[in-house]
Design a protein around this ligand. Structure first.
Ligand code: ADP
Length: 488
């Protein structure tokens, strides 16, 4: 069913790439199924790799990395640029694979492919700019030099909500600076990652540098990545809980970690905001990917003077959303990833309603299918409700009412998370005050969409470590070496 839909069916592979070898399901003792969340249909059967295969991939990466690091930045850049071009040229097919395994609307999937490619392009450019430093010597006969070198083999574990982009923005900087990467995509969405590996091979990437391991035993893969001393860094995007596990596991060998974890983004609308712009920002920040992004507005704080007007306008827009199969025309909201995700959304809505919230729009599972939920707005929401503290990861906008700037900053910061935040205001002094007071790695002012390859993406507090994208994104994959030249 999947390959029928592709211009280039070879992009959808049912083999796993471990080091130098594409492994078929038949070569592996165990297999697992990938299903389309919109229909429940099985779209691929993949090998469920064992620990031995993970080790093999790490060994291959270890060997390949040595030669890769010796290439010039320009040589590495040429391959990454080719990969970017191939991603763009095959964007339609990559989007089709993505929608089929993950469910998001096809145009949104295509947008993700181009977004993922933009990181590959960016880091292709940055490959040539891994600059060091010279420092005036501390003694007359000394000169000091600082160089940056690749950390080595990097393990990557990625989630299902952006099956292409979350991996692209890890593998691109890693390869750019001369690292090798052994990755494990989420078992729900491995096909997009495998398609990326197919294209990397076509772009001329030497074998062994980029493995895509398919496995349902995430804990085993994570343990091996942390315990194997050939792996020098682990980069993970996913839940804060798993991030904590990996951090503990990595402690034994002082593993370098890049963590992009959960968020609980506040979205604040002040009385002086441009109402239409705020509604538009809320739509994109909340309902994109059916609310399944770590930078999604999770808590909408609306000042009392504008609360009713905002709720009304938002409701008008939300009623226009179309729930359905991501391949159908005009669909804006696809399925949630699995039954557990639907349960969590139901539970959050039920909890809020039981504590006095009102359902302004939606509130129920959708008739479109088992994993669909209606885009929802809750009003009269309070801090006693689960939606105030937990990430919902679904299409539910809880609207909290607030009175003062001080109050809303306190509410917005009252969480262990610190990934993205948003606010709308036209008062320049307030804009500076609030942007500086929000304890978040990213602040969107008068915009609901902040992700771009040119800016540093990442969180503070329990939302993570490190940054992806921008000139800072390179640093996560390099080590600083200081060379002291004496006897001059
Ligand atoms: P989500 O709620 O987005 O599924 P997870 O953190 O559970 O978040 O999943 C993100 C990625 O982490 C997936 O690739 C998943 O397979 C992997 N994962 C889950 N549990 C572990 C674990 N104990 N060790 C390593 N990786 C894990």
């Amino acid at each position: 069913i999947l390959t029928d839909k592709l211009k280039d069916p070879t992009l959808a592979t049912d083999k796993s790439l471990a080091g130098n070898e594409w492994l078929a399901a038949s070569q592996s003792g165990k297999t697992f199924e990938v299903t389309n969340p919109a229909t429940g249909e099985v779209i691929a059967v993949l090998p469920d790799l064992s620990k031995a295969e993970v080790e093999k991939a790490i060994d291959a990466a270890y060997t390949a990395q040595k030669a890769w690091a010796k290439k010039t930045g320009k040589e590495r850049a040429a391959i990454l640029r080719k990969l970017n071009d191939l991603m763009v040229a095959n964007a339609d097919d990559l989007a089709t694979i993505l929608t089929m395994e993950m469910g998001k609307p096809w145009p949104e999937a295509r947008g993700e492919i181009l977004y993922g490619a933009s990181y590959v392009e960016w880091f292709a450019e940055e490959a040539k700019r891994v600059y060091g430093d010279t420092i005036p010597g501390h003694q007359a006969d000394k000169r000091i030099m600082v160089i940056k070198q690749p950390v080595g083999v990097v393990g990557a574990i990625t989630p299902w909500n952006f099956p292409n982009a979350m991996l692209a923005r890890k593998v691109a900087p890693a390869l750019a600076v001369g690292c090798a990467m052994v990755s494990k995509p989420a078992a729900q969405t491995p096909l997009s990652a495998l398609a990326l590996a197919v294209l990397a091979e076509r772009a001329g990437l030497p074998a062994g540098l980029f493995s895509v391991l398919t496995s349902t035993d995430a804990a085993m893969v994570g343990e091996e990545m942390c315990a194997n001393d050939k792996v020098r860094k682990l980069t993970f995007t996913g839940s804060t809980n798993v991030g904590r596990i990996l951090m503990r596991q990595g402690a034994d060998q002082i593993m370098k970690l890049g963590l992009e974890l959960g968020g609980n983004a506040p979205f604040i609308v002040f009385d002086d905001a441009d109402l239409d712009a705020a509604v538009e920002g809320a739509m994109i920040s909340k309902y994109r990917n059916a609310g399944q992004t770590c930078v999604c507005a999770n808590r909408l704080y609306v000042q009392s003077g504008i609360y009713d007007a905002f709720a009304e306008k938002l409701a008008e827009k939300v009623k226009q959303l179309k729930v359905g199969d991501g391949f159908a025309d005009g669909v804006t909201t696809g399925p949630l990833i699995d039954a557990k995700a639907v349960e969590k959304v139901k539970e959050h809505v039920a909890d809020a309603v039981s504590k006095g919230a009102k359902v302004a729009v939606g509130g129920e599972p959708s008739s479109a299918g088992d994993l669909f939920f209606e885009p929802t707005i809750l009003t009269g929401v309070t801090t006693a409700m689960k939606v105030a503290t937990e990430e919902t990861f679904g299409p539910v906008a809880p609207l909290f009412k607030f009175e003062t700037e001080e109050e809303v900053i306190e509410l917005a910061n009252a969480t262990e998370f610190g990934l993205a935040s948003y606010f709308y205001s036209k008062d320049i002094a307030k804009i500076f005050r609030v942007a500086e007071a929000l304890e978040y790695g990213m602040v969107g002012v008068n915009t609901g969409l902040i992700s771009t390859e040119v800016a540093p993406f990442g969180g503070i507090k329990q939302s993570g470590l490190g940054r992806e994208g921008s000139k800072y994104g390179i640093d996560d994959y390099t080590e600083i070496k200081y060379i002291c030249l004496g006897g001059i």
